[in-house]
Design a protein around this ligand. Structure first.
Ligand code: HEM
Length: 473
């Protein structure tokens, strides 16, 4: 039997905390708290303590503990209550923040909407948005534009998620004017800002930005209502579902039909969960490609071979772009957009790691550093290098469930949008390399990163040059 030394949270090593504010100022300085936690993990070991104004938290990269706390949900551990409360207060209560039986029901709704056969039917939306991306790239190449990659990727994923969730063609890739497409991306940064705010002032009074957030959520509520009526009418004609709402018109199994609140909460959750995450991932993939002309050539050769002169017409074709997909996986390994996940025990419990057992009280946050192990050189040799080939040469044994690569979380609350996200990012990388040479543009300074709700790139610019049409590479 393993010998475990049992400790309390207070016994764990960790950085010295200031009175009242704890370690929060150290974590927030520089806008990249995940990097601070990773550095502390190097210094204090895989399981350590940090202190927030509300009390201590356990931070861990220990694979055993990470596995346990993510797997034993929702019965033993729940999502971090602070994150949940802030998202709910913004009016986005859905599968991400639900717990217990409510979570089970909303999770079934989410997985049903993302079922592989539906994703196939949704591909029309993806193709339409992808064609617009080609147009956007052509104009940028012709004009010698210094492209703000994240901005374009956010428009792309917003158009895809709004199209997929409710069948509404936002077309923010082509419509740069003011409209819902300008207001919608404001939701996530606002939630991120509240997460990092020292005091929850919005519970006492609303500043103009809080009122703007309320107004966007109300506008979306109207839109979902309207689109659901539309979905009901279209499904009554016997048509095949082409978006989440249409897939949810009928009951799921023998459960009662979903209420408007459930539908709204889940549709909005999926939109938000699917947008920032996928846009940052795709932007990082373009960044690494821009710095690696050889990888660009390989993607191009693969697209030429698999797709030829035609257009990509279905998800199966995208899945055959294995090298391109490896580019996306490698970008996610180096730049996971959700490098940590907060959970907490429902009741006091012992969590057992490698040689350590920690007694954790109910409600004490446990921050699982899910991105830490992606740089472990025993699993990923030369971990700092961008080497897509490592995903194809058998050196990473099981690419989905390798315990040290958890960009989509793990256990029963594992991201249900994983396949869709990889599909989108792979399609974007393929579309970009096929017709263009990508070059980095650092004229405005180096590329950086920042954490809000997710971690996103800053100052990520590239230029594109259209390749000669004879296909020479
Ligand atoms: C690269 C893109 C994406 C990344 C890195 C990502 C990552 C994650 C992570 C880390 C979680 C938490 C998992 C856990 O608690 O164990 C999550 C949950 C979730 N994601 Fe994603 N995600 C992405 C794209 C998407 C897309 C495209 C959708 C849907 C359209 C989506 C829908 C969701 C939902 C609904 C949840 C909540 C699941 C639950 O609590 O049961 N995600 N995602």
């Amino acid at each position: 039997m393993r010998q475990l030394s049992a400790v309390t949270v207070h016994d764990l090593p960790g950085p010295r905390a200031l009175p009242l504010v704890g370690n929060l100022p150290q974590m927030l300085r520089g806008g990249t708290p995940h990097r601070v936690l990773q550095r502390w993990c190097d210094r204090y070991g895989p399981t350590f303590r940090v202190t927030f104004p509300a009390g201590p938290a356990v931070v861990t990269a220990d694979p055993l503990i990470v596995d346990t706390v993510l797997r034993d949900r929702p019965d033993r551990f729940r999502r971090g209550a602070r994150v949940t409360r802030i998202i709910d207060e913004a009016g986005v209560h859905g599968v991400f923040t639900a717990e217990g039986d409510e979570w089970r029901r909303l999770r079934r709704m989410a997985t049903r909407s993302l079922n592989a056969s539906y994703v196939r039917a949704y591909f029309t939306t993806l193709s339409r948005v992808n064609q617009r991306l080609e147009g956007r790239w052509s104009a940028a190449a012709a004009g010698g534009e210094r492209i703000d990659v994240l901005d374009v990727m956010m428009r792309y994923t917003l158009d895809v998620t709004v199209g997929l969730t409710m069948g509404h063609d936002l077309n923010s890739l082509e419509h740069l004017d003011d409209g819902l497409q300008r207001r919608l991306p404001g939701i996530f940064p606002e939630i991120g800002r509240r997460l990092n705010a020292p005091l929850p002032y919005w519970r006492l009074f609303r500043m103009p930005r809080d009122r703007r957030l309320d107004a966007i959520v109300a506008e979306l509520d109207e839109l979902v209502r309207d689109r659901f009526e539309h979905a009901r009418r279209r499904m009554a004609t016997g048509a095949q579902p082409e978006n989440f709402l249409e897939a949810l018109v009928g009951p799921v199994g023998d459960e009662p039909s979903f209420t408007h609140e459930e539908l709204f909460g889940n549709v909005l959750t999926m939109m938000l969960a699917g947008e920032d995450t996928t846009s940052s991932t795709a932007a990082w993939a373009i960044h690494y490609l821009a710095h690696d002309p050889d990888a660009q050539r390989r993607v191009r050769a693969e697209v030429d071979e698999v797709v030829g002169a035609g257009t990509v017409g279905d998800p199966e074709t995208v899945r055959r772009l294995t090298y391109t997909e490896a580019v996306v996986l490698e970008a996610m390994r180096l730049r996971p957009v959700a490098p940590q996940l907060a959970v907490e025990p429902l009741q006091g419990t012992l969590v057992e790691g490698d040689g350590l057992s920690v007694a954790v009280q109910a409600g004490t946050p446990i921050i699982a550093l899910t991105g830490y192990g992606a740089r472990d050189e025993t699993v990923f040799p030369n971990p700092g290098e961008f080497r897509p080939q490592r995903w194809l040469d058998g050196s990473v044994a099981d690419r989905t469930h390798a315990p040290r690569f958890l960009p989509f979380g793990s256990g029963p609350r594992f991201c249900p949008g994983r396949n869709l996200a990889i599909l989108e990012a792979t399609l974007i990388a393929a579309t970009t390399c096929r017709d263009f040479d990508i070059a980095p543009d650092t004229s405005a300074g180096p590329v950086g990163e920042r954490a809000a709700f997710t971690v996103f790139p800053t100052n990520l610019r590239v230029t594109l040059a259209r390749r000669p049409s004879d296909g020479a590479s």
